[in-house]
Design a protein around this ligand. Structure first.
Ligand code: UP5
Ligand code: MG
Length: 196
């Protein structure tokens, strides 16, 4: 991927912070392409004949981070498919990286991230949103046991990646609180402030 033509913003935040919701808004209004690592993993998991299906299912239920080779291969393929005729694309990469090795490998082999959009959210609110969504989502990890495991992984493994980017001045912080449209207002202003 020639970095002159491809731009990447990582979209991070705890489970249920509203990453997918806000990415959909940004795609609609600002011409971004959206790739959710979790969505790509769920699609791969249910693809007939996938060699990784059972493994992905187990990792997702346990709230663990799938080995990075699988996720990065899916992201690379989806990025290549989404590029326009000239090979250009502005990507929101949602829910990735959630472990330092993934961040390092992706930035070395695929593309450097321009910035990290981080939806900051208290755990109580995350839990409320995920349990609410779990009533209808059909997601194998929207139950209280899996939710607790996802929180633990976020705290021990994924948050440190965000902290690292913050130390390098790359993080755009947005509070997840309030209704989706007020979060979106804050998100648009925060991106505009840094010229993205
Ligand atoms: N909602 C949204 N905004 C709201 C607001 N402002 N006020 C009130 N409610 C709001 O939103 C979640 C719910 O909250 C929805 O019901 C929404 O309507 C409501 P959503 O936009 O879906 O939040 P999001 O942050 O996208 O939540 P998601 O559950 O997708 O986050 P996760 O990070 O947990 O899930 P993801 O799909 O990224 O990953 C799932 C699993 O895949 C991981 O746990 C892991 O096992 C695996 N994975 C990897 O192994 N590697 C990867 O690189 C990525 C994933
Ligand atoms: Mg999501």
């Amino acid at each position: 991927f020639p970095t002159s033509l491809v731009s990447v913003v990582f979209v991070l935040g705890g489970p249920g912070a509203g990453k997918g919701t806000q990415c959909a808004n940004l795609v609609r209004d600002h011409g971004f392409l959206h790739l959710s690592a979790g969505d790509l993993l769920r699609a791969e998991q249910s693809r007939p004949g996938s060699p990784h299906g059972a493994m992905i299912d187990k990792y997702i239920r346990e709230g663990l981070v799938v080995p990075m080779e699988v996720t990065i291969a899916l992201l690379k393929r989806a990025m290549a498919d989404a590029l326009d005729g000239e090979g250009k694309g502005r990507f929101l990469v949602d829910g990735f990286p959630r472990k330092q090795d993934q961040a390092d490998a992706f930035e070395r082999d695929v593309a450097q991230a321009k910035a990290v959009l981080y939806f900051e959210c208290p755990e109580k609110e995350l839990e409320r949103r995920l349990l609410g969504r779990g009533v209808t989502s059909g997601r194998a990890d929207d139950n209280i046991e899996s939710i607790r495991k996802r929180f633990a992984t976020f705290t021990t493994t994924s948050y440190p990646v965000i902290a690292n980017y913050a130390a390098r001045g790359k993080v755009i912080n947005v509070s997840c609180l309030g209704d989706p449209s007020s979060v979106y207002d804050r998100t648009q202003r925060a991106l505009a402030d840094v010229g993205i």
